[in-house]
Design a protein around this ligand. Structure first.
Ligand SMILES: Cc1cc2nc3c(=O)[nH]c(=O)nc-3n(C[C@H](O)[C@H](O)[C@H](O)COP(=O)(O)O)c2cc1C
Length: 217
């Protein structure tokens, strides 16, 4: 017989970033080596709206999602021209509590997010967390330009060799930067097989606190 039920988000914390952290921790528990990705949409004067996949980097001290990019990318130019962004994070397999026996899909969506560039004084900390491959790309690769693959690979291999021989850490290039997203709302959606989704939406109040409520799908 066909089944149907209604997903339920229970015992959610007062702050949206704490629920996000609970979800990330639950994913890490079952997939310790996994990385989390986000979808970032910006306003673009040529294509009206432009989205792309980006890596989730972490959370700032003031509880905002961090995003790292290069100052020569289109997304950087877009954000500088219009700081409003759309951000979604998809977690396809999460078991949040020990009572859950089957995984659910979760979507975290930031509504009315404003990207705020981090000050120079905070960038080294995020640079130091980057993987070597990402650092090398940031230093020697152009972005979005036609390239000769063999030339690029030779440049990479030579750079890697010199880096390994030098024993010195790679310096953050001036193009490296990071943003935090200040959101008006966080929308959490949970759904499983044969289920109708439940959503909990956190709405920022004028005094800076969050009001959380169930929202129908
Ligand atoms: C898995 C994955 C992770 C990515 N992470 C980032 C990232 O953290 N920052 C970034 O600027 N681009 C990242 N990219 C590249 C962007 O998707 C995009 O191609 C790049 O930003 C250039 O597009 P844009 O200039 O229109 O933003 C990632 C791509 C993939 C597939």
């Amino acid at each position: 017989m066909e089944q149907s039920s209604v997903a339920h988000i229970v015992d959610y914390p007062d702050e949206p970033i704490d629920l996000l952290q609970q979800l990330l921790d639950a994913v890490k528990k079952h997939h310790p080596n996994s990385q989390q990705y986000m979808n970032l949409a910006t306003v673009d004067d040529e294509f009206a709206v432009l989205n792309r996949t980006v890596l989730y980097r972490g959370i700032s001290a003031d509880k905002c999602i961090i995003y790292v990019t290069q100052r020569f990318t289109r997304n950087y130019e877009n954000i500088k021209a219009n700081a409003k962004c759309g951000v979604t994070i998809l977690m396809p397999e999460v078991m949040l509590t020990s009572q859950e026996t089957t995984p659910s899909i979760w979507q975290v969506r930031l509504l009315g997010a404003t990207a705020v560039e981090l000050p120079e004084s905070e960038l080294d900390a995020w640079w130091n967390r980057e993987l070597l491959s990402a650092k090398i790309r940031d230093i020697i690769f152009p972005c979005g330009q036609p390239v000769d693959y063999d030339e690029l690979k030779a440049k990479h291999d030579q750079f890697l060799k010199e880096y390994q021989e030098s024993g010195k850490p790679l310096q953050r290039p001036p193009t490296f930067t990071a943003f935090k997203f200040e959101a008006q709302r966080y929308d959490f959606l949970k759904v499983g097989v044969n289920q109708i989704a439940d959503r909990v939406q956190y709405r920022r109040q004028a005094n800076g606190t969050w009001e959380a409520m169930h929202v129908s799908t």
